[in-house]
Design a protein. Sequence first.
Length: 157
Amino acid sequence: MPVTPEMIAVALGVTAPEPESIQAQQWQLWIDDAEMLIENRRDKLNAPEIDEVKLNYVVREAVVAHVKRPDDATQVTVSVDDGSASRTYRSGKGRITIVDEWWSLLGLTEPEGAYSVDRVGFSSPHPPWCSIYFGGPCSCGVNIAGGPIYEPGESWA
């Protein structure tokens, strides 16, 4: 069962908004946004379908977090002598955000690491000391004879 504004209200511990109210429409829009972000990443990573219970949890938590803190803010108080002035800013991203922990729960994390290692390898007639592996022209003669002729050692073909 997909997430609804009524579920968001239960998670927040508040009365559900009227079905056609602006608040209900806004919450539904945020639910749709969270689902779109998840589906977009799932497509990008070519991942299989996501377990509905996990999907609903992440969508619900993302929307609840956004309802609680819809925009960037903190509280600042300035006091001078007997007077003071306070201003409250909320600390949200200003949009639906899915944190890394939730991406991991969904199995939609980006591949990690700066490089990858190809464990399959490849075969080459060039011996490991041939200049071709260092960006230069072939120094072993494989390009001419099909096997190393200028370098000592066994043929690597």
